[in-house]
Design a protein around this ligand. Structure first.
Ligand code: C6P
Length: 411
């Protein structure tokens, strides 16, 4: 199948990603582990290099030229993130180290002071550990209880159970937008509307959504939205917590340190305004600048075009993989983003990962930090091929052939 169309020039996109020229065991790299982390285009690498070579210093702390320039680049990235997710204002965008920290921040700063015995936090059975463990911790700290919305055999949320579990006891709903283990795209707007009807705020874990589908936090009505830079072609160690201004203003700082204060004395401290109140210490300046460049890059290609391309890959890959004897796809929701989790009758997922690597194909094998999903589908692990804007239909063919070869070697 051809991988290039008049509207979507995947060849030119691939040229922006130097690592895609790598050979693995003498074979062209087929990188299908984008759910774990995407690769970076030259534009992001160059933006980080330019910062370090020409502008770098600490931010918001110096009157000298380099500090001013770094501060402008850092603050510009926040403006880009605001536009990207359509937050109402820049100070609703808090830079964190990643989706994990964003969720922990909400658990400790929003939920912990509000929760007491008898209260409930509602999550789903398809959450990443990052959206389970912080809630277990805060429940332990406060005596609140964690409730879990079950999922169907197709890998969709059981919406009737969601409505039953949502009650006046629920103090927060925290739900994944796109499941990293199943690919399911959840009806987050519907979930948010139902929660809001009871006055319950909602956090959306968007780590696997923002690289693949357009996200407008105001249209969704999300109270909090979390994602990571490294899954959207940006650097590691940087992420975003979007929060509604009113809620962020009501929350105490998550950590204490430099930049999050207006004044400090031994008698007491006055906290800085949003978003700095939540950005204690020297931030990941290069990470933030790189994230800004990544957002520029994604917006230049267009998330609508990326989503359409990846959907084409998903449809093609699903039909190719379904035809392989002994292969079972885990997660067949009607609404899916570009990833396929699968198991083989004859081969353990870790062996699948190793065998595919020998063919140059990088997939993730394991529980994907979503062990409750594995337990739900009664598998110890899966192999997962996850797509990005630079993947091609030819690469899906390589994947399918490598799987068939793997089965042949193990039978
Ligand atoms: N999932 C995967 O291979 P961090 O580690 O903070 O950047 O992202 C955590 C996270 C949160 N939510 C979802 C839905 C995720 O998929 C992830 C990260 C990777 O699936 C690494 S475990």
């Amino acid at each position: 199948m051809t991988s290039n169309t008049a509207q979507y020039d995947v060849v030119s996109i691939r040229n922006d990603f130097p690592i895609l020229n790598r050979k693995i065991f003498g074979k062209p790299l087929v990188y299908l582990d984008n759910g774990a982390s995407t690769q970076r285009p030259t534009q992001v690498i160059d933006a980080v290099t330019d910062l370090y070579e020409n502008h770098y210093s600490n931010v918001h702390r110096g009157v000298h030229t380099l500090s001013q320039e770094s501060s402008v680049l850092y603050d510009d990235a926040r403006v880009k993130v605001r536009g990207f997710i359509n937050a109402a204002c820049v100070h609703e965008v808090v830079f964190t180290s990643g989706a994990t920290e964003s969720i922990n921040l909400v658990a400790q700063s929003y939920a912990r002071p509000r929760l007491q015995k008898g209260d409930e936090i509602l999550i789903t059975h398809m959450e990443h550990h990052s959206n389970i463990v912080p809630w277990q911790m805060v429940c332990e700290q406060t005596g609140a209880e964690l409730k879990v919305v079950p999922i169907s055999d197709k890998g969709e949320l059981e919406m009737d159970r969601f409505h039953e579990l949502l009650s006046e006891k629920t103090k927060l709903v925290s739900v994944v937008h796109v499941s990293n283990a199943l690919g399911t795209v959840n009806p987050v707007k519907e979930l948010i509307d139902a929660a809001h009807a009871l006055g319950v705020p909602v956090l959306v874990d968007g780590a696997q959504a923002v690289p693949h589908i357009p996200v407008d936090v105001q249209k969704l009505g999300a109270d909090f939205y979390a994602f990571s830079g490294h899954k959207i072609y940006g650097p590691t160690g940087v992420g975003v917590l979007y929060g509604k201004e009113k809620l962020l203003n009501e929350m105490p700082p998550y950590q204490g340190g430099g930049d999050m204060i207006l004044s400090v004395s031994f008698e007491g401290t006055t906290y800085n305004q949003l978003p700095y109140k939540f950005e204690a210490g020297t931030p990941n300046i290069a990470g933030v600048v790189g994230l800004g460049a990544a957002i520029d890059y994604v917006q230049k290609i267009g998330l609508g075009a990326i989503a359409a391309h990846e959907h084409g890959l998903l449809v093609y890959a699903t039909s190719r993989l379904r035809r392989i004897d002994g292969l079972r796809i885990i997660g067949e929701a009607d609404q899916k983003a570009g990833l396929i989790s699968f198991v083989l009758d004859a081969v353990h997922p870790h062996d699948i990962g190793t065998m595919l690597d020998a063919e140059g194909v990088a997939v993730r094998a394991g529980h994907h930090c979503a062990q409750p999903v594995m337990e739900r589908f009664k598998v110890p692990a899966t192999a997962r091929a996850s797509f990005a804007m630079y993947n091609t239909f030819d690469e899906i063919d390589v994947l399918a052939e490598a799987i068939v070869k793997t089965i042949g070697m193990f039978s």
